[in-house]
Write a protein that binds this ligand. Structure first.
Ligand SMILES: [Mg+2]
Length: 186
């Protein structure tokens, strides 16, 4: 009887462990609320900075902001299809000030039209989108897209992204880096 009880307890404990495993993994990811609060904090001041930059612009300058898409503009992990609010706010202010809103994504080129639909549905003004050309790494693709924007005459005044690869190589004035949680957010 005692042995049977012992076995039962062991089985119960094992069952608890097995059941806990997936949630234990998920719980290592910060909550959506934490992520949103962190985004708001990181983006604080971005609208003011943009307004001031626009006020001091040279009349010949064509200003634009460069936005990463996944987990920067669209909440791809925490709320698929929904916008990242502080980024959307910045994009709308940019639009109202005549600053073009350009998207720079490591998604492959064949996904561009779908991305534009998703962005518009989430409320973003979309003036341009550049996706990663075949054969380029993520960093190279991001740099290539910024170079293409600049070649079209744009000064990239703000770059918003959530991974280090969104910023490598420069070519913009001000950066706002949201979280990737050690690369777990694309
Ligand atoms: Mg991203």
């Amino acid at each position: 009887m005692r042995r049977l009880l012992g076995t039962l307890v062991t089985l119960l404990l094992l069952g608890t462990l097995v059941a806990a495993t997936p949630t234990a993994h998920a719980s290592r990811m910060p909550s959506k609320r934490t992520w949103q609060a962190q985004n708001a904090k990181i983006m604080r001041g971005s609208v003011t900075w943009l307004r001031e930059r626009v006020e001091s612009r040279h009349p010949t300058e064509k200003l634009a902001i460069n936005l990463d898409i996944d987990n920067t503009s669209l909440a791809s992990y925490y709320a698929p299809g929904k916008p990242v609010r502080p980024t959307l706010r910045l994009a709308r202010v940019a639009d109202s000030l005549g600053v073009k809103v350009l998207f720079n994504t490591a998604r492959p080129e064949k996904g561009k039209r779908k991305a534009v639909r998703e962005l518009r549905r989430a409320g973003f003004p979309v003036y341009g989108i550049c996706a990663r050309a075949k054969g380029l790494s993520v960093v190279e693709g991001k740099q290539d897209c910024r170079a293409r924007f600049r070649k079209r005459g744009y000064t990239l005044v703000v770059n918003v992204g959530n991974r280090p690869t969104d910023f490598e190589g420069g070519g913009f004035e001000k950066r706002y880096k949201l979280r990737s949680y050690g690369g777990r957010l694309s």
